[in-house]
Design a protein around this ligand. Structure first.
Ligand SMILES: C[S@@+](CC[C@H](N)C(=O)[O-])C[C@H]1O[C@@H](n2cnc3c(N)ncnc32)[C@H](O)[C@@H]1O
Length: 146
């Protein structure tokens, strides 16, 4: 993603785990991308709230943290978007378990809350793409803000 940025483009990534953040920073430095990628450490929901009014709207957002908060993250990033922003949410199919409304799994319920809320938003176009590979049967959601 960082390599695809246009000149002057910036990427901000949010990470709650200090060790993961340090690994990311080290790898970004090794890839000579530190000048355009900022790793912010903390709870994504709080970091997203703190960005309100302090960042330009994002052109592209990739959501891939704790799935139980998927609906919270999607609503927060919409306030940091503009018409045309593309939002990808990873791992939204989860072996098909997302179809089970009675699931007691918080991750499943977080994804279901997100997709059910999205379906009520007439200005956002979204679809989920299922993927099957060596790793798993899963999928991602793609939304375009209208
Ligand atoms: C599936 S990994 C992300 C992988 C990354 N997208 C990649 O492709 O390399 C999920 C990450 O989200 C982080 N995470 C989990 N809950 C979080 C939260 N509440 N706020 C911020 N980061 C969180 C985890 O520590 C983990 O590093």
């Amino acid at each position: 993603m960082a390599r695809a940025l246009p000149p002057g483009g910036r990427l901000i990534t949010l990470e709650i785990d200090l060790h993961h953040a340090e690994v990311a920073r080290r790898n970004l430095a090794r890839a000579k991308l530190s000048d355009r990628v900022e790793v912010r450490i903390g709870r994504a929901s709080e970091l997203l709230d703190a960005m309100q009014g302090f960042v330009e709207p994002f052109d592209f957002v990739f959501i891939d943290a704790d799935k139980a908060s998927s609906d919270v993250y999607l609503k927060a990033v919409l306030t940091l978007s503009h018409p045309g922003t593309v939002i990808i949410v990873d791992n939204v199919v989860r072996d098909g378990k997302v179809a089970d409304a009675s699931s007691g799994d918080e991750d499943i319920q977080g994804i279901r809350r997100m997709t059910e809320w999205l379906a009520t938003q007439p200005t956002i176009s979204a679809t989920a793409i299922q993927t099957v590979g060596g790793k798993s049967y899963d999928g991602f959601l793609m939304a375009i803000v209208g």
